[in-house]
Unconditional design. Structure first.
Length: 280
């Protein structure tokens, strides 16, 4: 397998970065995960726009977009994978450890395509169980940075508790999942956290909102308190990895009927349909 590293395609085993890479030392970097359906990237431009926003937010100068796009497409092509995710990571480069930005240092650019594993059909049919965990992350969750320590710990806590995933709660408000956005459904209306600095504005989130609006399903972007959640009819997560995934249990309590709800499943089906159409 070949990966892209700093302008070259190199065998996976030979792709190495400096021990003083700022991504390694400071988590001083950003990333994207793009879904590839039948060899074609899905919502590429949206992912590149977010990458640009993340770079601006951490004051990182990106290589030209054409260069990144070419590298991304070539990484996919060389992988020969039909169904894959493309991981893109860009850090502030390698330099002796000083907190201030290094001068004259090129960013490290890494891309790798991996086979995609869809959540098991049984997971979608049954829905998943989540726990809630306090959202102790910083105030810039809107930046897609590689600093994911609390996300990693929350996911592990969920698995240790026998659940599938965790959702973060900040000041009694459900923000998002460990690597996904959170939606609830109440009386046929979708409700999800506003796209402010306390969540990552998911590309899938925005896409699902668009689909819902086209389907005549009302959407409200507003805070979901624990109390509101306990009254919800349905809940689901969205991300590049899970697409639309029903959540049927939260902290051991059933969400609605405890089965994936009709609105969630309509969105799941429509998502599938649109993706199939986009690769025809
Ligand atoms: N995670 N919120 C967080 C904290 C995330 O890490 C992600 C994605 C999302 C959903 O974003 P999108 O719909 O653009 O994938 C929301 C990626 C997939 C990951 O870290 O693997």
């Amino acid at each position: 397998m070949e990966v892209y590293l700093n302008g070259k395609f190199v065998p996976y085993e030979q792709a190495v970065v400096s021990v003083e890479d700022r991504g390694f030392v400071f988590a001083d970097g950003i990333y994207e995960v793009v879904r590839i359906y039948h060899g074609k990237p899905f919502l590429w431009q949206e992912h590149m726009d977010r990458l640009r926003r993340s770079a601006q937010a951490i004051r990182l100068k990106l290589p030209a977009m054409e260069e990144l796009t070419q590298a991304g497409f070539e990484t996919m092509r060389r992988s020969q994978l039909d169904d894959a995710t493309l991981y893109i990571q860009i850090t502030r480069g390698a330099a002796p450890r000083l907190h201030s930005f290094p001068v004259g240092v090129e960013p490290t650019v890494f891309m790798i395509a991996r086979p995609y594993h869809r959540p098991a059909a049984t997971m979608v049919q049954k829905g998943i169980a989540c726990i809630t965990v306090p959202d102790l992350r910083w105030h810039k969750c809107s930046i897609k940075t590689v600093g994911l320590l609390l996300n990693v710990i929350a996911k592990q806590e969920a698995e240790d508790a026998g659940a599938d995933d965790a959702v973060f709660v900040r000041d009694d408000v459900i923000t998002e999942g460990t690597s996904s956005n959170f939606f609830m459904v109440k009386d046929g209306t979708l409700i999800t956290h506003p796209a402010d600095d306390f969540i990552l504005r998911g590309i899938t989130r925005d896409f699902v909102i668009e689909l819902a609006e086209e389907m005549g399903i009302p959407v409200r972007e507003e805070y979901i308190t624990r109390d509101a959640l306990s009254q919800s009819d349905e809940a689901f997560l969205t991300s590049t990895g899970v697409e639309v995934l029903p959540v049927t249990v939260i902290d051991g309590q059933k969400v609605g009927s405890g089965r994936p709800g009709p609105v969630t499943m309509r969105l799941w089906e429509r998502f599938d349909q649109v993706v199939a159409e986009s690769v025809e």
